[in-house]
Design a protein around this ligand. Structure first.
Ligand SMILES: Nc1nc2c(c(=O)[nH]1)N[C@H]1C(S)=C(S)[C@@H](COP(=O)(O)O)O[C@H]1N2
Ligand SMILES: [Mo]
Length: 509
């Protein structure tokens, strides 16, 4: 009984962690899928022929019964051969982990549900073992005639079963609730058509045409993700409201339908994270559709003296953005679509802010629900409270994508390529230096907007041997990217990206 309750509670805890972390599939589902895939084709088709649509429920039922039997055996073993029982629990966890890992593109966080489950199993089994460990009968006391039901061991055991079982039931119900809500919102998103949202692929002029360089347009699935929320908010657009208030003439409250009924505009925009290290990947470029914050804020009418907008997310996260940046002509928007699709849940569905030229932590509020026009001197926000700068325009930056550090390349002519950016300012030139030599200009593609990164390439010659290549960008404002190395804290990293590689003779003969 202890084994069964423990097993079920561990599975429920693992499901809960899976849904909190928005893991695509829980370990249980992953195991079932592996079982399906491992079933020989003829056997599977025969099963489906005979069982029809009940094949799947039957499979799930079989797995559940097998699991319960396994839990019972593992639990029974604990009191007799603890190590063997531990081996069984951990072994089952390993099966779950294996099933999760068998899928393509398993992120490290996707192992957390399994690890949680195994931890709960081991802790709960140990709790049962303690409760059941009866105090050694003392020699001079006559053996008790009390009914067994009142024995402390048994009462304690029932209490433990109830507690562990209750924890399991609560985890299971919560996981179920979260999954249902998320599924409902995903359905809404799938059916959502926002008038005026268009699709765009990378314009030809934005391509530098060197293999291995990061795609100019970042697919939604490849776009970096940063948020403090443990569980991604699942917001039904029907319940979403945007409130604009504070130091304004008129407070405005908009529903999602009212928002998208406004003048929808679209633009390419590169977003990057202040935590990005030199050469890092926390930057992406997408085609965004949304409503200009300039228009919305103008309608609300900011009062004199206001210089900031405190943005609040549905999950409680906040950022403070310069009022100017949200009201000038740079094109800051409340975005509702990314690359022609409603925002993915984890990128802020149904609406998020995007402000060209500012790092995300000061501007790009996902799941935005509240804009309070205010003064910087009156407010703090999530990251400024934690020591990051109040004002953080993006720094001029460049990155080498090819060759990669550690690559082996043929000696002779070599194409070096990558991306460079300083949103709102633009890039006028990119230069490379091989082995500490003179800076020589490369070429850049021209995406014809200054709010995005540009792809660049440079042809260099390398003799056989070890080499390093560096890149720096020059902005359209004439700034030359600094080689001074700074950490991301408090307002963004700086320094030149460098990669080391080896050139080898293609044909030594
Ligand atoms: N609600 C919310 N919005 C947020 C954050 C967050 O933690 N919570 N992180 C910000 C940071 S630091 C960045 S860099 C961007 C990242 O946006 P993305 O995850 O869509 O790439 O979102 C910003 N918006
Ligand atoms: Mo960030």
């Amino acid at each position: 009984m202890a084994g069964v309750v423990t097993g079920a509670t561990g599975v429920a805890a693992s499901q809960l962690v899976a849904s909190l972390l928005s893991v695509r599939e829980s370990p249980l589902v992953a195991v079932a899928e592996v079982a399906i895939r491992a079933t020989p084709g003829p056997l599977a088709s025969r099963a489906i022929e005979v069982l029809g649509s009940s094949a799947k429920p039957l499979l799930v039922g079989t797995i559940v019964v097998a699991l319960l039997a396994f839990f019972a055996v593992a639990g029974w073993l604990w009191a007799r051969r603890t190590w063997a029982s531990v081996l069984l629990w951990v072994g089952l966890g390993a099966v779950g982990l294996g099933a999760v890992a068998l899928r393509n593109g398993t992120a490290p966080s996707e192992t957390l549900p399994v690890l949680t489950g195994v931890a709960v199993w081991l802790v709960a089994m140990q709790v049962f073992a303690w409760v059941l460990a009866e105090p050694a009968p003392s020699a001079d006391e006559p053996s008790s005639d009390e009914p067994v039901a009142d024995a402390p061991g048994r009462r304690g055991f029932l209490a433990a079963v109830a507690t562990v079982g209750l924890l399991g039931a609560c985890s299971g119900v919560t996981a179920q609730f979260l999954e249902r809500r998320k599924a409902a919102v995903l359905d809404r998103r799938r059916l959502l058509r926002i008038p005026g949202v268009t699709q765009r692929t990378t314009p030809a002029r934005a391509r530098i045409g060197v293999p291995g360089v990061t795609p100019w347009r970042t697919e939604n699935d490849n776009f970096y993700l940063i948020h403090t929320a443990l569980a991604v908010p699942a917001i039904d657009p029907a319940n979403w409201r945007l409130r604009i208030h504070g130091m304004v003439d008129r407070e405005i409250v908009l529903t999602f339908d009212q928002l998208i009924a406004r003048n929808l505009q679209e633009e390419w925009m590169t977003l990057n994270c202040v935590s990005n290290e030199v050469g890092g990947q926390l930057v992406g470029n997408a085609w965004w559709s949304g409503v200009m914050t300039r228009d919305l804020l103008r309608e609300a009418g900011p009062l004199p003296g206001a210089d900031a907008v405190l943005q609040t997310s549905d999950d409680g996260w906040t950022c403070s953005t310069p009022l100017d940046a949200m009201t000038d002509d740079r094109g800051a928007m409340i975005a509702v679509a990314m690359n022609g699709e409603p925002l993915p849940l984890e990128h802020g569905f149904p609406a998020r802010t995007i402000v060209p030229g500012l790092y995300g932590y000061t501007s790009a509020c996902k799941w935005v629900v509240d804009l309070e026009v205010t003064r910087f001197s009156d407010v703090q926000s999530y990251w400024t409270e934690r020591g990051w700068a109040e004002q953080a325009p993006v720094r001029l930056a460049s990155r080498i994508d090819v060759p990669r550090s550690g690559d082996e390349v043929p000696s002779g002519r070599l194409a070096v390529a990558g991306v460079a950016w300083q949103q709102t300012v633009g890039i006028s030139e990119v230069q490379v230096s091989v082995d500490g030599g003179a800076w020589t200009p490369g070429r850049i593609a021209s995406p014809s907007t200054d709010d995005t990164w540009v792809q660049w390439a440079a042809d260099v010659r390398v003799e056989p041997g070890e080499h390093r290549v560096r890149v720096r960008a020059v902005s359209k404002a004439g700034e030359v990217q600094t080689g001074v190395e700074r950490n991301p804290l408090p307002d963004g990293a700086s320094g030149w990206h460098e990669v080391s590689f080896t050139a080898v003779d293609d044909d030594p003969l």
